[in-house]
Unconditional design. Structure first.
Length: 202
């Protein structure tokens, strides 16, 4: 089924969200480090969109509405886009486009190396999210896209290292991620399928 109206609404919402983060960065200009605020907000946006993408399958099974799945790929692509913006803002605002310093930070700072691994994982998912890749890879496509789960864990580890002083905020995202991973356990998936079957029978 196609949901052009919902897809357009989701696209416009996600496309306009960076303006909100830029606005936050402008407001924070009165603070000591507005560039870091922008970098952190864009990274946080990438994580939120990744969690939303992973939530589509459980929502589809709970509600029996296939429209949720129609949004999954788009949310995943926006998560990758935000991750790229996160890196770009980091290079521009915090390093002044000094790529030599960036290389050194990748070596010296573990959270940078972990973030780079997460971005590479999101890149693989993004470039293979199209129908051509699905046809070309066949059954291997699903196996490949299961790397989204370790990618999510790596993203959370990256964030934990970055926001160590605000572990409470990180714990909220970690709890949501844990719930989304737990519902994918075979026993819980079977229960969700049973609930979907009962809902469809009514």
């Amino acid at each position: 089924m196609r949901y052009p109206g919902w897809r357009l609404l989701l696209f416009l919402s996600a496309a306009s969200a960076p303006c909100y983060w830029l606005y936050l960065g402008a407001i924070a200009a009165l603070g000591p480090d507005p560039g870091k605020v922008l970098v952190d907000n864009l990274g946080q946006g990438a994580l939120v969109l990744l969690l939303c993408s992973l939530a589509m399958t459980p929502l589809q099974r709970l509600t029996s509405w296939s429209g949720w799945i129609a949004f999954r790929r788009q949310l995943g692509l926006w998560s990758f886009s935000y991750a790229v913006l996160h890196l770009t803002a980091y290079l521009y605002f915090l390093l002044g486009l000094d790529f030599t310093s960036f290389t050194l930070e990748l070596i010296d700072r573990p959270y940078m190396a972990v973030g780079a691994i997460a971005l590479l994982g999101l890149l693989v998912l993004a470039v293979t999210s199209n129908r051509w890749s699905m046809r070309k890879l066949g059954k291997r496509w699903k196996k490949l896209h299961r790397i989204v789960y370790p990618v999510l864990l790596v993203v959370l580890l990256h964030m934990l290292w970055v926001v160590r002083a605000d572990a409470g905020r990180w714990a909220i995202y970690a709890a949501i991620a844990a719930a989304l991973l737990l519902v994918r356990l075979p026993s819980i998936e079977r229960k969700l399928s049973c609930l979907q079957g009962k809902a469809g029978a009514k």
